[in-house]
Design a protein around this ligand. Structure first.
Ligand SMILES: [Zn+2]
Length: 612
C-alpha cells in the first residue's frame, strides 16, 4: 500500500499550508502533517477526531494541490477518504490543533502557559518547534518567545526532529529531563523505551525490539507514533545524537571516542549526522561550549537535569541509611560509589546543583564507550525522569498523604546501580533493622568483594553473583536460611534464570524471583520498586507502611492504595518517611515538621525494620 512519495517535511508543510489558506480554512490554528496511507490509523495527528480535511500534490508539485473536504466518521471510513486521490500523489491533512494536542497526550493550553512562563516543571514533557527558525526548544528556553501561531508542540524531541526541526543551541534539548513514565512501566512503549535505554536499538533494529516485546513491528511503530509522535528508530537516533552533543559540550573526549560512546559505529557517520542536524562540525560545537578547566583523564563531569521539585535531602537520607560500607559513601551532601560495567571498574559521585535543577555528576571510568549506559543507569537510580506534577495530582487526593506531599514535595523513589546488589541487600534486610542489614552488607563486601580503591571511603566492589553463589556466608554471621537464599539467588543469576537486563515482562520476572526459597512477595515488590523502577510497585505487607498508614492489615492497605495508582511506589516513600502511626493524618503536625526531623524521627522506630 505504500505509494506515497515522501517530500521533505518543510515542503510538505509549506505547500499544504498555502493550499489550505487559499481555501479560506477555519480560524482555528492548523497543524499540517504528512499522512502516509498505511499509517492512517497510527498517526495520532490524523485520528478521526482531529482530521478535518486533506490536501495532496502530484509529483511533488505543490502548485497542483487539490483539496477536498472529507467526511469523517469516528469509526472505519477513514480509508474511504483516499478514494478520490491519484495513486501517485502525496497527501497532506489539515487537523484541528486542539484535538491534535489532545491526541498526543498534550494539553495545548498547558503547553502554551508553560512555554510563556518558562516553567521548569514541564521541562522535557513537551518540545516547542518554532516555525520560522525550524528550531525546537525546551519549555525553559531563554530565547524570546515566539507568537502562538508560529509554534508547534511535540511530545518528544524525536517527534520534533522527525518533523524537520533542529535542536536549539541555546536551551540544548539534549539536556532536558527524560520522558516521564506516563502510563506505568507495564505499557509496551515504556518497556520498549527501557530496552532502548539499556542497549540502544541494536543490530536487529525495530524488528528485533518488537519481537522481544512480543508484538508486531508495525504495531510497535503505531504505539510509538501514538504516544511519542515518532518511530522507535527516530527515538533511538535522537537519543544517540543528543548524547553525542552532551559529550561534545561537557567533556574533552576525542571525537572518535564521542562517536563510539554515543553508538555511532564510525566517525564519518557521526560527523555527517552532527553536521546535518546542527549545521556545524563537532569541533565547531565544542569551541562554542567554552569548557572551563581541565578534567583529569578518564574523568567526566556531567549535569543531569530533573523537573523540579526534587527532594535531594530525602533521597540522600534514604541512601545514607542503607549505604553499604566500602562500596557507597554519603558525605557532605553528596553520594559516591564504586561501579562495574562491562568488565571495567570505576566510581561516580553525585551532588545537587539546585540552581540549575540538576545533579552534578563526576564519573571516573576507563572505557568511554560505557558512558551512555552509565548515565542512563544513573538517571534511573536518582529517578530523574519522574514527573512530579502527575504524581502529586494522584497522591494529594488522599488525606493520608496530602499533608505530607505539601510539606515535603519532590520525594523520589531511589533506584539502584545494580539489580543483583539491591536484591541481595533486600534479602539481607528481611526481618532485621536497617542498621543491622547495613552492617551485614559491609561484612559481605569485606569478605567477598574485590578490593578497589578509587576515592575516599570506597574500598571495594560489591561481590559478583559468581562469588556469592559458592560463598560461605555463615562465616560472617548470617543466619543459615538467609545465607542459603542469597546463594540460591546468586546461582539463579549466574545460570541466567534471573537477569536484570532486558526485562520485558516484570510480572514474569517477579514470579521467577519468588520461586527462590526465602524470597517472598515483599522482597519482590521492593525489588520491582527500586531495581525495575516500577512506579506502581507496592510492598503492601511492609510493617513500616502499615504503621505509618495506621491501618490494621495489609489487605486494608492494599485497598486504600488503589487510589494512589499508578504511583504507589511514591506513596510508599511518603509513608516510610513518616515517623509513626497517628501522626501522619495530622496535617497540622505534618506542616510543622521539617525535612531533617523526618529522618531523625524515623530512627526512633528502629523496629520498622523491613524498609531495607
Ligand atoms: Zn531554545
Amino acid at each position: 500500500m505504500t505509494f506515497w512519495e515522501s517530500p521533505s517535511p518543510r515542503l510538505l508543510e509549506e505547500s499544504a499550508s498555502s493550499s489550505l489558506s487559499r481555501l479560506g480554512s477555519a480560524k482555528k490554528p492548523l497543524v499540517v502533517t504528512q499522512a502516509p496511507l498505511e499509517t492512517t490509523h497510527a498517526c495520532p495527528a490524523i485520528s478521526p477526531r482531529s482530521l478535518t480535511s486533506f490536501a495532496y500534490t502530484r509529483n511533488g508539485e505543490p502548485g497542483e494541490t487539490r483539496v477536498f473536504r472529507s467526511v469523517i466518521t469516528p469509526s472505519s471510513q477513514r480509508n474511504a477518504l483516499l478514494e478520490r486521490r491519484p495513486k501517485t500523489s502525496s497527501l497532506f491533512c489539515r487537523i484541528d490543533y486542539h484535538e491534535f494536542a489532545k491526541d498526543m497526550n498534550l494539553d495545548w493550553q498547558t503547553c502554551s502557559r508553560a512555554r510563556l512562563s518558562r516553567d521548569a516543571r514541564f521541562d522535557g514533557k513537551f518540545f516547542i518547534g518554532v516555525r520560522a527558525s525550524r528550531v525546537y526548544c525546551r519549555s525553559i528556553c531563554p530565547a524570546p518567545t515566539a507568537k502562538e501561531k508560529n509554534v508547534r508542540y511535540f511530545p518528544t524531541a524525536a517527534a520534533a526532529a522527525e518533523a524537520g526541526f533542529r535542536p536549539c543551541l541555546r536551551c540544548r534539548p539534549e539536556c532536558s529531563p527524560g520522558t516521564p513514565a506516563w502510563a506505568g512501566t507495564q505499557s509496551t512503549v515504556s518497556r520498549a523505551l527501557r530496552l532502548i535505554g539499556e542497549s540502544g536499538l541494536g543490530d536487529g533494529g525495530v524488528e528485533v525490539l518488537a519481537e522481544t516485546l512480543g508484538v508486531g513491528s508495525r504495531h510497535l511503530r503505531r504505539l510509538f507514533l501514538q504516544h511519542l509522535g515518532a518511530t522507535p528508530r527516530a527515538v533511538a537516533q535522537t537519543r544517540r545524537l543528543h548524547f553525542a552533543k552532551k559529550l561534545i559540550d561537557e567533556t574533552r573526549l576525542p571525537m572518535i571516542h564521542v562517536a563510539l560512546a554515543a553508538g555511532f559505529g564510525c566517525v564519518r557517520r557521526f560527523n555527517a549526522d552532527i553536521r546535518r542536524v546542527y549545521r556545524r562540525t563537532p569541533t565547531q560545537i565544542r569551541a562554542l561550549a567554552r569548557q572551563k578547566g581541565v578534567q583529569p583523564q578518564n574523568q567526566y563531569l556531567f549535569r543531569l537535569h530533573f523537573r523540579p521539585p526534587y527532594n535531594w535531602n530525602a533521597m540522600l537520607a534514604f541512601l545514607a541509611d542503607r549505604a553499604t560500607p566500602g562500596v557507597e559513601v554519603v558525605e557532605l551532601g553528596s553520594y559516591r560509589r564504586s561501579i562495574t560495567w562491562g568488565g571495567a571498574h570505576g566510581y561516580f559521585a553525585v551532588s545537587p546543583d539546585e540552581r540549575n535543577d540538576a545533579l552534578s555528576v563526576r564519573v571516573q571510568f576507563d572505557d568511554p564507550r560505557s558512558l551512555f549506559f552509565i548515565i542512563e543507569r544513573m538517571r534511573s537510580m536518582f529517578d530523574l525522569n519522574a514527573d512530579w506534577a502527575a504524581i502529586v495530582r494522584s497522591l494529594r487526593t488522599d488525606p493520608m498523604l496530602a499533608g505530607r506531599v505539601e510539606t515535603d514535595p519532590g520525594l523520589r523513589v531511589p533506584g539502584c546501580w545494580n539489580g543483583f546488589e539491591l536484591a541481595t541487600r533486600a534479602i539481607l534486610g528481611q526481618q532485621i533493622t536497617v542498621k543491622g542489614a547495613t552492617a551485614l552488607a559491609g561484612r559481605i563486601v569485606k569478605a567477598f568483594g574485590r578490593p578497589f580503591s578509587a576515592a575516599s571511603g570506597i574500598t571495594h566492589l560489591f561481590p559478583t553473583p559468581e562469588v556469592l553463589a559458592d560463598a560461605n556466608l555463615a562465616s560472617i554471621g548470617l543466619p543459615k536460611a538467609r545465607a542459603e537464599t542469597i546463594r540460591a539467588f546468586a546461582r539463579a543469576v549466574c545460570n541466567g534464570q534471573i537477569s536484570f537486563e532486558g526485562i520485558v515482562d516484570s510480572e514474569a520476572f517477579l514470579t521467577r524471583l519468588c520461586e527462590i526459597p526465602g524470597i517472598g512477595k515483599w522482597t519482590a515488590q521492593y525489588v520491582a520498586m527500586r531495581a525495575l523502577g516500577e512506579p506502581d510497585a507496592f510492598p503492601s505487607g511492609d510493617l513500616g507502611l502499615l504503621r505509618a498508614s495506621g491501618l490494621a492489615s495489609s489487605r486494608e492497605l492494599e485497598h486504600r492504595a488503589e487510589a494512589w495508582r499508578p504511583w504507589r511506589a511514591y506513596a510508599a516513600m511518603y509513608l516510610w518517611s513518616v515517623a509513626g502511626p497517628g501522626k501522619i493524618q495530622g496535617t497540622k503536625l505534618a506542616l510543622s515538621r521539617t525535612k531533617d526531623t523526618t529522618v531523625e524521627k524515623r530512627d526512633v522506630y528502629p523496629d520498622v525494620s523491613i524498609v531495607v
